[in-house]
Write a protein that binds this ligand. Structure first.
Ligand code: MLT
Length: 327
């Protein structure tokens, strides 16, 4: 009798759970959603995340609350995101640094960038700019000579080993065969404040974060890291055209959920990201900030996986070759 009762009770519980899962997805989101940004407030990842998720929240009818969890090149925040419950209420913004470079630079990375996450949607791709403190030579050849001649006493800023700013600097120093003291920050928001104050000599950061300070004359723009110049700064040459042939670094930022998040929730979030990124006001703002807005093909749920795998294959060997490991 008791075994029959137990089997029936277990069947009842399983049926209830099975029924509850789709119901949870139907009621989603029933409460605010946390979005982990693994860098300090005010930096490019934070600003891009807030611009897009603010509109996503408006469409969802639920606030998306950005939580800045900086440190260790973004790995602290991303690890927390990987370990979050797969229920759609804790999402993570990652990028080329946190989900590609870190594979090459951290021997004990606490997350697998591919298998611990479900990509929801790319948020945008940021070109980068090499900027220097006021008084530095602005022309690329003169700046390169300046770095080569003075590398023993110069310093550059970044957002931690494996961050986008650190990755780009690795490529720059590898290509120029220079070795310069680094200064690590919890994000390039605070790093930029120190560059404006002349606390260190240069940094390669995402254009989104730099345009205002460049246009205000508070930092010297030296070169763009993509093969094409930026419409926002048409007179700023690319590093590639100025002698660093082949220099080509741009930073995708993507919204992720933890592995195991129900497909219905991933589909809902992807659909809302598509809607937000189709809004004219947001598109205008992102374009002003030199953000390359993902195409509808790139925004198709699941499309990012191929891009991610291709970037890992391309970048991990190059970064391993260029960089010291983080630990
Ligand atoms: C980086 O990887 O350099 C970060 O994205 C900078 C930031 O967002 O603070």
């Amino acid at each position: 009798m008791s075994s029959m009762l137990t089997r029936r009770a277990v069947a009842g519980v399983l049926a209830a759970v099975a029924f509850a899962a789709p119901a949870a997805a139907q009621q989603y989101p029933a409460r605010p959603i946390t979005v982990i940004v693994p860098f300090a407030a005010g930096g490019p990842t934070d600003v891009l995340a807030r611009l897009v998720t603010q509109r996503m929240g408006a469409i969802l009818g639920q606030t998306m609350v950005v939580e800045n969890v900086g440190g260790a090149g973004g790995t602290i925040g991303v690890t927390r995101g990987a370990r979050a419950a797969p229920d759609g209420y804790v999402l993570t913004v990652g990028h080329l640094g946190t989900h590609v470079s870190n594979i090459a630079l951290y021997r004990q990375l606490q997350y697998n960038p591919q298998t611990d996450f479900e990509p929801i949607a790319p948020l945008g791709v940021n070109p980068m700019i090499l900027v220097a403190k006021r008084g530095a030579p602005a022309a690329v050849p003169a700046f390169l000579a300046h770095v080569r001649q003075n590398q023993a006493r110069l310093s550059y800023g970044h957002a931690g080993i494996g961050s986008a700013s650190h990755t780009a600097a690795l490529m720059f120093h590898s290509m120029t065969q220079t070795k310069v003291q680094d200064v690590a920050y919890r994000g390039t928001g605070p790093a930029l404040n120190d560059l404006v104050a002349g606390q260190f000599d240069y940094m390669i950061d995402q254009a989104l974060n730099l345009l205002e300070q460049i246009q205000a004359g508070n930092v010297v723009a030296v070169g763009v890291t993509t093969p094409q110049r930026l419409p926002q700064l048409p007179n700023l040459p690319t590093l590639a055209e100025s002698g660093l042939t082949g220099f080509d670094v741009a930073i995708w930022n993507t919204l992720f959920a933890p592995k195991g998040t129900p497909p219905a929730i991933l589909e809902r979030l992807n659909q809302v990201a598509n809607q937000a990124l189709a809004e004219p006001a947001l598109r205008t703002r992102l374009t002003e900030l030199a953000v390359q807005i993902p195409s509808s093909d790139e925004l198709r749920l699941g499309a990012f996986r191929d891009k991610h795998a291709a970037d890992i294959a391309r970048w991990v060997p190059v970064i391993r070759e260029a960089g010291a490991t983080a630990e």
